[in-house]
Design a protein. Sequence first.
Length: 341
Amino acid sequence: MAKRHLTRRQSWRIEKIQGERAARADRRADKAEQSLLGGDLGPEQNGLVIAHFGVQMDVEATDGANLGEVRRCYRRANLPALVTGDKVIWRADNQGSGVIVAQLPRQTELCRPDHRGQLKPVAANVDLLVIVFAPLPTPYANLIDRYLVAAEQAGLEPLLVMNKSDLLNPQQHLELLQWLKDYAALGYRVLSLSAGDGTGMEDLKATLKDRISVFVGQSGVGKSSLINVLLPGEDLRVGALSEQTGKGTHTTTTAKLFHFPAGGDLIDSPGIREFGLMHISQDELLDGFIEFRPYLGTCRFRDCRHQQEPGCALLGAVADGKIAKARMASYRHILSTLDAD
Ligand code: GDP
Ligand code: ZN
């Protein structure tokens, strides 16, 4: 056994040393902050990062006398990089800015590869993935299943939204509704609506209430149109936010958090709209098909690839009509694209 495991005592010591180091850094940062800002910091209060630009963040007060106020803040040097959606503890200074002093634990993280291909969080605490599709442009094969797997993997609840219902004749509508019902039968929430004529928009508003959502889907399905209806009058040009640095003003594309008037929040940026399935293993892919889960680990052979092995529990479930053939085909197709990566 080459792999070395730390004893509890060793990991406790390492944690303790790291804790002491963090505390020392804190004290240093504290001193720096106090002298930098003349010691005139307000009390600690809760906040929500609504936009991030490298070392600066826009923080909205979520309690305190200045509830709802937004301030451009710096974070303490010992804090990790923060992203839009992070919940923080911060203190206002007397010059219209503030200092973030702590990051609260994240419930979820939305990650994307950076320019070096390393996964980096781009938004925190998102809990609803709104997967938008439309009769036109026609969703390509497996698109919805790919998004569903991505949602399961990131720990987000998916919501399937079929936009442009106004484009369908009654016959087409019935066919698509049946298709949606199959997803609903798996336990997914589905909505058929139209940003164009307003059908079903109230249901969408009600579903988004009390959640932090992101909208994803192919270009042209109507994400901007939907968001414009949900956020009337809001300037969605997220790329137009500017960052003040020593070198001047830079325009940055950042994820921004918006409040829906009817309740709930949206985190949006061009990059976030491209959130999708990233490098995953076969096991993670299998786990992303929620109706497969009860059968996993019950095949006759432990290393079953679920292709044509005798005693395969998944193939058995397909034969019994417990798993839809289309979903099994979808799994196989996505698996073949993973192998090609
Ligand atoms: P995005 O690329 O996903 O942001 O899609 P857009 O919001 O830019 O919409 C693409 C096109 O679809 C635009 O021409 C919209 O006017 C149109 N569109 C959006 N929603 C609807 C709808 O509910 N019904 C119809 N008929 N057209 C829509
Ligand atoms: Zn099997």
